[in-house]
Structures are given as structure tokens and as C-alpha cells.
Design a binder for this molecule. Structure first.
Ligand SMILES: Cc1cc2nc3c(=O)[nH]c(=O)nc-3n(C[C@H](O)[C@H](O)[C@H](O)COP(=O)(O)OP(=O)(O)OC[C@H]3O[C@@H](n4cnc5c(N)ncnc54)[C@H](O)[C@@H]3O)c2cc1C
Length: 55
């Protein structure tokens, strides 16, 4: 499901503390990448057709 991320025991009951923390780090990295990609997509769309983009 796009935009929904899980880490740790909610996604893997066998994960201990170290693996749960590592999954949290990975999820945070991916969320940041998604947000950057969304910013780039919106900026590109605004540059190409400013009147068609929401504020
Ligand atoms: C008795 C026991 C001993 C363990 N011993 C070890 C060990 O020696 N070494 C090891 O590596 N692992 C051990 N584990 C496993 C380890 O505790 C878990 O793998 C780890 O805590 C998972 O981290 P988590 O962030 O996924 O979940 P959790 O640490 O369970 O964190 C989830 C958090 O979400 C909160 N929460 C839940 N529902 C909501 C809600 N609706 N709204 C807001 N907050 C909510 C909870 O209160 C909790 O603080 C042990 C587990 C248990 C039960």
C-alpha cells in the first residue's frame, strides 16, 4: 500500500531489538526518499505547466 510503512514486530514478529531498529532506519530512509521524489515530481510538473498544478 503506497505511503504506508512498517518496521519491527508489526511487520516481523521474529525481529529482535537490533533488527527492529534496523528496519526502522530503513523505513525512515525510504520515507525520506519518497518525500524527495514527490517534491521533485511536483516541482517538475509546476515548471512544465504552472497553471495546472495545485498550490
Ligand atoms: C519478554 C520479552 C523479552 C525480550 N527480550 C529480547 C532480547 O533479549 N533481545 C532482543 O533483541 N529482543 C528481545 N525481545 C523482543 C524485542 O522487545 C522486540 O523485538 C522489539 O521491542 C520490537 O520493537 P518494535 O519497535 O517493533 O515494537 P515495540 O518495542 O513493542 O514498540 C511498539 C510501541 O508502540 C506502542 N503502541 C502500540 N499501540 C499503539 C497505539 N495504538 N498508539 C500509539 N502507540 C502504540 C507500544 O506502547 C510500544 O511502545 C523481547 C520481547 C519480549 C516480549
Amino acid at each position: 500500500m503506497p505511503g504506508v510503512w512498517v518496521a519491527g514486530n508489526v511487520g516481523d514478529l521474529r525481529a529482535g531489538v537490533i533488527n527492529a531498529a534496523a528496519q526502522g532506519f530503513t523505513a525512515a530512509t525510504e520515507i525520506n526518499a519518497d518525500l524527495v521524489a514527490e517534491d521533485v515530481r511536483r516541482a517538475t510538473a509546476a515548471a512544465r505547466a504552472p497553471e495546472a498544478v495545485d498550490a
